[in-house]
Design a protein around this ligand. Sequence first.
Ligand SMILES: *Cc1c(COP(=O)(O)O)cnc(C)c1O
Length: 628
Amino acid sequence: MRLERSPPVAKTSETDPVCGMPVRVDHALVVQLGERRAHFCSAYCRDEFLAHPERYMGASTEPGAQRGPAWRHIAYFSMEVAAQNSMPTYSGGLGVLAGDMLKSCADLRLPVVGVSILHREGYFDQTLDDSGRQHEAPAHWQVKDLLQLLTPIIQIQIARRTVQVRAWQYTIVGHDGYDVPLVLLDTDMDGNSPEDRSLVQHLYGGDQAYRMAQEILLGIGGVKMLHALGYTGLRKYHMNEGHASLLALELLDQGASANPPPPDFHVVRDRCIFTTHTPVPAGHDQFDYELVQRVLPRDVPSSLLQMLGGSDRLNMTLLGLNLSRYVNGVARRHGEVTREMFPEYPIHHITNGVHSATWTCDSFKLLFDAWLPGWESDSSMLRHAIAIPAREIWQSHVEAKARLLSLVRERSGITLRADALTIGFARRATAYKRADLVFTDIARLRQIVNQAGPLQLVFAGKAHPSDEDGKKLIQHVLAVARQLADVVPIVYLENYDMNMAKLLVAGADLWLNTPRRPFEASGTSGMKAAHNGVPSLSTLDGWWLEGHIEGVTGWSIGTLREDPSSTEAADQADADSLYRKLEDDVIPMFYWSRERWTEMMRHCIALNASYFNTHRMVQQYASNAYLP
Ligand SMILES: *Cc1c(COP(=O)(O)O)cnc(C)c1O
């Protein structure tokens, strides 16, 4: 994907506006009609055009030109989308995945439209005070500069109030100019109560009622808005996580009013695709039926809701599962775990990826341009990185590392060493990701650094405003940073976002990933690191079970299954394993076998970046989920 377009070049061929075939300019029959010069392949087409110019005047003559909304076949709904860094409308991996997915759809010319919510104040901006406490401030952004206001206004019902909804469009442009629109729903407009206007303020803010109202806006408002915008040819609706599941209820309802009830479950199911990202039941979005009855826009019979969404509470994952023909987890292991949770459902997996051109840093882009021309449109070309000379890979990495170290200096005033093994850890700060696992035994860490070689660590990540455990994690990392300042430099960068992620995944020497198993459905930051030749040291969970080859693409922490006796025992065992890997494998290879290290970097690109990308992922969604 790129934002600027190439300058126009003199064209040697044009497209016949009648038959659509290419014609050589010097052989064409030409008709001048006002401003418009039309080129024809034959007298047949010319005469047809002259007989009915009104049929063809509006038609674009660009090959593969943009077609109107009616030509879009697939709608992709996601509560968060990270379309670009100056739109803070995402909290983490889920939103980045959605943005990368839509970028690949644009590159691959898939007729997709994205749907999300405006989130005027984003997720939040993070600052950390001297005691390491996180503070949150609204993340204001330039809505009017980045988006185009669309004309339709629709109404939805929330808690028996009528709420006006409008939409803005952000246009994602593929690398050869194909557009994928992202429609962002907005209730912050005249005629709505302050309460309803505030529904588009915060991503994942507010209480359960606020969350439910946002999901009504996304699922029900989204379907209605697409209809009002003229997306009449939609064949598939893809729900990215349970936040979007109410769209299936809306489709059911529309079907039911067309042909009298009972609703046609099969028709809705044929149109719906559900992707789950949550490997534990506690993570599934659920609402009390008392709340649902209060907030949901119409009198959905509670027996119907309970049949689809579960008897105790409305479970949005269950609702998605019950109304989708194709259901998938986001990595092979996550597919297995999801089938264990819902054994009676046919659940597939499509392993996540990242958008290669977005997550490859400048120095590696230049290298790939030189050695693997065409890699941006065909990520599988990256497999040929195996032929790139090791010293060029190392040189590109040295440049990426220098950029990270200057960011660290700017933000923290700390000067890290360019020659010291630098470990990166950045993601949402939440308990299961265990940002502080590496600090389980400080004395041991000191000893490793003294005996094996120097280490320095760079952390970043936001905790959800109501996640006290996540906030404590940040405080703990900062407390250890002070304690170890003389032996292991440790930096926690504030306000993690996509730009910072890009510098971190490329500039670190090693990417650390320590989720408790099986909590990490996929994880994608390690895939970003692989695009920049950075190996992972990771517990065997999520995508790493597919990407890990010991000593070739990185290293594992712990065993395949977690020690089941207790969480503490599992943490202890993993910490042990982490220390052993650092001491015996990682640090010695980094300092004493630079050749083997760069060989490993090359494998990360050739084996992992060539596969764990959204071009491959989107093609799997197309063939497995969208086309059938
Ligand atoms: C990629 C990314 C994530 C996801 O990281 P994981 O390690 O997969 O959890 C989160 N936040 C930002 C800003 C990212 O770019």
